[in-house]
Design a protein around this ligand. Sequence first.
Ligand code: FAD
Length: 442
Amino acid sequence: MGSLDAGWISPVAIYLVPLGLMLLLYFQRMRRSEQKAIRALRRSQDTGRDEPVSMHPVINGNRCMGCAACVEACPQGDVLGVIGGQADLVNPSHCIGHGACARSCPTDAIRLVIGSERRGVSVPVLTPDFQTNVPGVFVAGELGGMGLIRNAVEQGRRAIESIRKLPGQGEGDRLDVVIIGAGPAGFSASLTALQHEMRSVTLEQDRLGGSIAHHPRGKIIVMHPVDIPLVGKVDMRETPKEELLEFWERVRRETRLRVRENEPVEAIARAEGEGFVVRTAQGAYETRAVLLAVGRRGTPRKLGVPGEDQSKVVYRLADPRQYQGKRVLVVGGGDSALEAATALAAVDGARVTLSYRGPSFRRAGPGTFEQLEEVQARGRVEVLMSSTVQEIGSDSVVLQTEGGRRDLPNDSVIVCCGGVMPNDFLRKIGVEIETRYGTPIS
Ligand SMILES: Cc1cc2nc3c(=O)[nH]c(=O)nc-3n(C[C@H](O)[C@H](O)[C@H](O)COP(=O)(O)OP(=O)(O)OC[C@H]3O[C@@H](n4cnc5c(N)ncnc54)[C@H](O)[C@@H]3O)c2cc1C
């Protein structure tokens, strides 16, 4: 009888023991991931970075079954986590709206939205063919509310296809379109216009590349395969920003596309009769249509303090190496300020101070806050929260801090206080703007 029992138990044990072990390992892994997610969420809340910047996922708790497919799918890696059997945004400010989470969800529990209840995002009101309420003025790319390079490239192309269909195109002396901005949206729009032999001009306040050119050195760009006009399908997936910019440059050379760089648009006015006059410091362009592909970074915001007009004050960190042995003040609390301070911390002999008027770095994005904390802990950067610049002297700066006035010896100031957003510019030409507080992306 005893031997009969043993014969019955052993085949069951052969299956049950490994199964039990597998389940144990699975639950242990889930527990570790959950603890990591809880720590990330607490950290985001404690540092005031618990609000998404723009486009982000919203999870429907009634549908989510906590399978973590979204956590695995996110290209940023640390935006989502599963807590209490439900997916949650544990690092909301790290989200740049890839949308891979929504596509991977087996229960359709995720919707992408723009803005949140607490943080509204202003976007121009557009028709499906990218036209604003001002006939002849079109918008493409991130300015319209949707981030990502692939979206910008596609919208740039589609906006020009719409402009091509406007009556009167190709007739008279006027340009068919003036494209403002040469980021991914403006670049793609310009190539489309070239492909169709439209009479167009592309004006860029800085250089070809847009926001990508401002990402930190070596930043890996995650890009879904995309059709680039005149080039065809491009599948670069994960590429250092330098390589992507080199590729843009090669395309520009090979297609002989002309981009008027360092030519910011200052005003757009209606022309007599119909069309528009686009003005820059270099000239005026008469055109039937305007495509705004200016992104959301805007024009660098100034501090408005005495001494700001000195040449030692700049609004972007170009090459950190030029600050060797210098006393540098970085001003700002967003990604670019934190990235600049972190990059300068690695420069030989640079003495770096970061001044921010706010009490927390809630606007900082993917990974930048952690990198700053690391160099701060090593004593490479002094961080002065709740401080404001009062005056910039030739070899010093005056700051107002919580502890009172502070005079800092100084050789250079890098102001990274974001941009004057294009909304004012849009309003001036009568473009209607609406604020989105969690509106789903159609
Ligand atoms: C930290 C960070 C990481 C990111 N990583 C990724 C990623 O991995 N993958 C991805 O797909 N996306 C990523 N993005 C998002 C991506 O960079 C943007 O969605 C994309 O660049 C938007 O393209 P755009 O052409 O609409 O605008 P932009 O790239 O912002 O280009 C707008 C251009 O218009 C110009 N301009 C503005 N005003 C004027 C004016 N008055 N006159 C003339 N020119 C003007 C600007 O100088 C700029 O060159 C990231 C963004 C950030 C902030």
